[in-house]
Design a protein around this ligand. Structure first.
Ligand SMILES: [Zn+2]
Length: 102
């Protein structure tokens, strides 16, 4: 079976053939964004579709970053220590996730 990659920039998960975004992204992204992405693809508006792929990638990265902060906060409460992430490192991780370069 052919693999279908999620439309969200930086997401490496697979989706079903009839979907444009994977289940995780559909759950995480604002409904408005994922529906706009889907309808831009369906209407053949490639420019809008590409812009929405990128925008949804940023929203996904922001969501994952806040999840990481939550996990770090929880780890801090339980007394465990995780390596600190500098803002520079977080920025680089974000860029790597979205495949962007300076
Ligand atoms: Zn995805």
């Amino acid at each position: 079976m052919a693999k279908h990659r999620c439309d969200v920039a930086g997401c490496t998960r697979n989706r079903s053939r009839w979907q444009r975004v994977c289940a995780r992204c559909f759950a995480v992204l604002p409904r408005r964004t994922s529906l706009a992405l889907i309808s831009a693809y369906r209407s053949g508006d490639r420019t809008a579709w590409r812009a929405l792929r990128k925008e949804s990638g940023h929203q996904l990265a922001d969501n994952l970053a806040s999840e990481t902060r939550r996990l770090l906060a929880r780890a801090g409460r339980s007394g465990r220590t995780l390596p600190p992430v500098s803002s520079q490192q977080a920025f680089q991780n974000h860029q790597r996730l979205l495949g962007e370069q300076d």
